[in-house]
Design a protein around this ligand. Structure first.
Ligand SMILES: *[C@@H]1O[C@H](CO)[C@@H](O)[C@H](O)[C@H]1NC(C)=O
Ligand SMILES: *[C@@H]1O[C@H](CO)[C@@H](O)[C@H](O)[C@H]1NC(C)=O
Ligand SMILES: *[C@@H]1O[C@H](CO)[C@@H](O)[C@H](O)[C@H]1NC(C)=O
Ligand SMILES: *[C@@H]1O[C@H](CO)[C@@H](O)[C@H](O)[C@H]1NC(C)=O
Ligand SMILES: *[C@@H]1O[C@H](CO)[C@@H](O)[C@H](O)[C@H]1NC(C)=O
Ligand SMILES: *[C@@H]1O[C@H](CO)[C@@H](O)[C@H](O)[C@H]1NC(C)=O
Ligand SMILES: [Zn+2]
Length: 791
């Protein structure tokens, strides 16, 4: 969200058939009749659509445990704290002794954002289990915010108030925890920049406006609050005026904002950060039919640099310092400043904005995944020779060298998941969901501490990749504290999707849950302990034809077996990284069972294949403990010596030793006797996500071929922007043994020897091995039959 040297140390819908009564005479917008039956929010016009949160109930398990911890915080928190600053601006009294939340929600220039997050979180916390306590808090807050909005606008006729309320708004409908001026001054004629001076600077004012409007829309979607929609619509009316007419009472005002003015605003670091502001206005357009709101959304197009580059698929997230495209953008873009812009572009696309908005979002996403994604599902970091700001995008294909003491900001992943999910609704490519699952079961579920503390939200900010470091939890009043309250209260949102015509049900995630698809007359109950276990059982209620599409995760390399009523399903291939369609006429009581054995997988960093991580099915396993200072602070592991012909790491190299009391699998790495455990465990142990692979010799079990395990020049991408201060990782790719074991399992020893021989031949051809070395390798491989026989 923000980075200043002084604070780095302590960072501190949906498918809905709206009834008439739910939206009767909302605000000053006239509700378009034909909008009433339409879906709202992400994917509203897409071929695949999400379910409303209230249609899916989360069952017990890992995610419910995380959810309940954050719900306990949300429940115990004094909601009056969120109104203090709003009341001040509205000239309304506050109860004595109630203070604002603190953190960045302290009267400083980002104040107000947490109120929006809290409203979203309350509505989500309520809708799953209908606990009244959340609704009561929510309704109270909405009512108070309505009164604040009204009191501020009333000053346009009644005159200024006193104290914090001694300003008169320029346009009607403004609502915020800060004066309207903090938003208007971003634009002409003052062009305020990021800083902390309350009178002259600004800090992501539209980001905060977005969070508040988003909260209100979520309250509307999740609880049918027409009052929330009414406030949001008035805020949108105000936003339209603020972004067209602008700061008209300024003595230096020269007229309406131009496209050029807007471009100049959005390229500004942090000050111009508007988050996903452009996602809410198309939704309000859809609900109200007022086309001005679609125009407002388009006002956020960053047409000077990023939008066009994304349409043209020109990755400009990091550029050379002497060749910066745009008058104001920094040479490295801020990750969480820009990811949500593209969620907004998708919403503009969905409401008729045009194909470019979709193309931009799709291309932008491809710059992130895989080119800047850590194994955790995190993005962004610092790299040698830069300013140390871990909130910024790293160089393309810079993974191993972007592991800094900061990086992988949690709210960036929150937004990338939203983007992946939304893209999937349009292009049903399973890779979007593979990445969603990665982020959800690692970076997001790992972002909440497994404590019962409700003093603060106990959420992460950065989830640093630096080996041998702990995770820090807290984050009252920060961006990640805000998005974290949301993430842990909406775990059911992506489990199931449906086709727009209702003919197909998509099962994207293995998460215990019950879908109640009343419109279709179907319910599906999913029972699973995933990701602690690797099976899932679905019980169907309802009857009739329906395509059920089961996601076959890309990591499911040891099979994906499906039975229906105990009969094996044999129609179609369960290809990892795709969906398997169960096309059938269903009846109540039908049971689908899925078995998808987890295996240990090694993932390599794009830029340095010797920098690796261990995964167990969808879950990253972190190594516990502080590595010695050798290997640049990484654990150094030799694992090939433990492999048998099946290539299965879990047999001897990395063995499961048991299950913790919480149900989490624990592993022992034979080399070094290290403990490995799931990333999602939220405590403050010293852990490492990556290790360095040290395989100096060609070995087959205990048989040493007496030949170095050399690397092949794979022409790996060099950084397109120079990295200074570290030696270039070069173009070397995989080692000889890497390439051999890539082809495991081997059905016979002969098959193994054949691969060894052909790989050695290739290395001879490439000039890496001599013929003599090749002969030694092949001879030793031949001798290793007994050594490599599976146990
Ligand atoms: C909101 O209204 C819809 C349509 O009437 C209804 O299905 C849904 O249950 C309501 N949600 C809540 C939380 O009241
Ligand atoms: C300025 O913008 C408003 C919309 O808010 C529009 O009605 C008006 O015509 C514009 N004025 C000029 C001079 O373009
Ligand atoms: C108007 O512009 C002039 C010249 O740049 C500047 O000195 C003055 O402070 C500005 N006035 C306001 C109210 O911003
Ligand atoms: C899905 O996306 C991946 C990654 O971009 C791509 O390689 C693949 O071709 C896509 N598959 C389909 C069916 O479009
Ligand atoms: C680290 O170094 C200490 C002391 O030299 C040694 O006892 C320990 O085994 C080493 N640990 C690892 C993981 O190499
Ligand atoms: C793994 O084994 C190698 C020797 O085979 C050793 O040098 C290294 O320190 C071990 N790693 C750990 C983490 O103990
Ligand atoms: Zn953040």
């Amino acid at each position: 969200m923000d980075w200043l040297p002084k604070i780095t140390a302590s960072p501190r819908r949906l498918l809905r058939a709206i009834t008439f009564s739910a939206v009767a005479l909302v605000g000053n917008g006239v509700i378009r009749m034909d909008a009433l039956a339409k879906d709202l929010g992400p994917g509203a016009t897409a071929p695949v659509r999400p379910f409303r949160l209230d249609q899916v109930e989360l069952g017990n398990g890992l995610l419910q445990e995380k959810r309940d911890r954050i719900k306990a915080f949300i429940q115990s928190y004094d909601e009056r704290k969120f109104l203090v600053l709003f009341n001040n601006q509205a000239g309304r009294p506050n109860p004595s002794g109630v203070t604002p939340p603190g953190g960045w929600e302290d009267g400083g220039l980002l104040s107000g954002h947490w109120t929006g997050h809290y409203i979203t979180a309350l509505s989500q916390a309520y809708v799953d289990q209908n606990e009244q306590v959340f609704k009561t808090k929510l309704d109270w807050m909405i009512n108070e915010l309505a009164a604040c909005q009204e009191a501020i606008t009333a000053r346009m006729k009644g005159g200024a108030g006193t104290g914090s309320a001694s300003w008169i708004p320029t346009h009607p409908g403004y609502l915020g925890a800060l004066p309207e001026d903090t938003v208007l001054r971003l634009g002409p004629p003052r062009w305020a920049v990021y800083g902390s001076n309350l009178d002259t600077n600004t800090w992501a004012p539209w980001y905060t406006q977005h969070k508040i409007i988003r909260g209100l829309l979520d309250a509307y979607y999740n609880t049918n609050s027409s009052q929330a929609l009414s406030i949001a619509t008035k805020m949108a009316d105000w936003a339209y005026l603020a972004l067209t007419i602008g700061d008209k009472n300024n003595p230096n005002y020269t007229g309406n904002l131009t496209r050029d003015d807007l471009n100049y605003m959005w390229d500004l670091y942090i000050g111009g950060e508007y988050g996903g502001a452009n996602e809410v206005f198309p939704e309000i357009y859809q609900i109200t039919g007022d086309a001005r709101h679609l125009e407002t959304a388009k006002a956020f197009d960053n047409r000077e640099s990023l939008f066009g580059a994304a349409v043209g698929n020109k990755d400009i997230l990091v550029v050379n310092k002497d060749n910066i495209p745009g008058r104001r953008r920094p040479y490295r873009l801020h990750a969480n400043q820009h990811v949500p812009n593209f969620i907004g572009y998708l919403r503009v696309f969905e409401q008729g904005g045009g194909q470019d908005y979709f193309t931009a979002a799709k291309n932008f996403y491809s710059w992130l995944v895989p080119h800047r994604q850590f194994v955790t599902g995190g993005f962004g970091g610092s790299y040698a020779g830069t300013d140390g700001n871990g909130e910024l995008f790293q160089n393309r294909d810079n993974i191993a060298n972007a592991m800094a003491s900061t990086g992988a900001e949690t709210c960036t992943t929150y937004n990338v998941l939203k983007l992946a999910r939304n893209l999937f609704l349009h292009e049903h490519n399973a890779t979007y969901m593979d990445n969603y699952e990665r982020g959800l079961f690692n970076q997001i579920s790992g972002s909440r501490a497994d404590t019962t503390s409700t003093r603060d939200p106990q959420l992460t900010y950065f989830q640093q990749l630096t080996p041998g470091t702990p995770r820090d939890f807290g984050n009252t009043g920060t961006c990640c504290g805000g998005t974290g309250m949301e993430s842990h209260t909406k775990y059911q949102e992506t489990v199931y999707f449906r086709s727009a015509d209702g003919s197909a049900l998509w099962i994207n995630l293995y998460i215990p849950s019950t879908l109640n698809w009343a419109e279709k007359g179907f319910a599906v109950k999913q029972e699973t302990t995933f990701p602690r276990g690797d099976t899932a059982k679905f019980t169907v209620t309802g009857q009739g034809p329906l395509d059920i599409k089961l996601r076959v995760p890309a990591w499911a390399r040891k099979g994906f077996k499906v039975t229906i009523n105990e009969q094996a399903w044999t129609n179609g291939v369960a290809q990892p990284g795709s969906y398997l369609t169960l096309s059938r006429t269903w009846k109540t009581g039908d049971v689908i069972e899925v078995n998808m054995p987890f295996s240990i997988r090694i993932e390599r960093a794009l830029d340095r294949p010797d920098t690796q991580a261990i995964l167990w099915g969808p879950v990253l396993l972190q190594l516990v403990g502080k590595p010695n200072s050798s290997n640049n602070g990484y654990f150094g592991l030799s694992l090939y010596q433990y492999l048998k012909r099946d290539g299965d790491y879990s047999k001897a190299a990395i063995k499961q030793t048991g299950v913790s009391t919480a149900g989490d699998p624990t592993f022992k790495v034979t080399n070094g006797s290290l403990t490995a455990r799931p990333y999602y465990i939220g405590d403050s142990q010293i852990v490492s996500s990556y290790f360095r692979r040290i395989e100096p010799a060609v070995v087959f079990g205990t048989i040493d071929a007496g030949v170095p395990n050399r690397k092949r020049n794979d022409g790996l991408p060099n950084y397109d922007v120079p990295v200074s201060g570290i030696s270039s990782p070069g173009t070397d790719g995989l080692t000889f043994l890497d390439l051999v074991w890539e082809q495991a399992p081997f059905s016979t020893h002969d098959a193994f020897v054949k691969v060894v021989t052909s790989t050695a031949d290739e290395f001879v051809d490439a000039g890496v091995y001599s013929a003599k070395e090749r002969d030694s390798i092949v001879a030793k491989a031949n001798q290793a039959e007994k050594e490599l026989t599976s146990i």
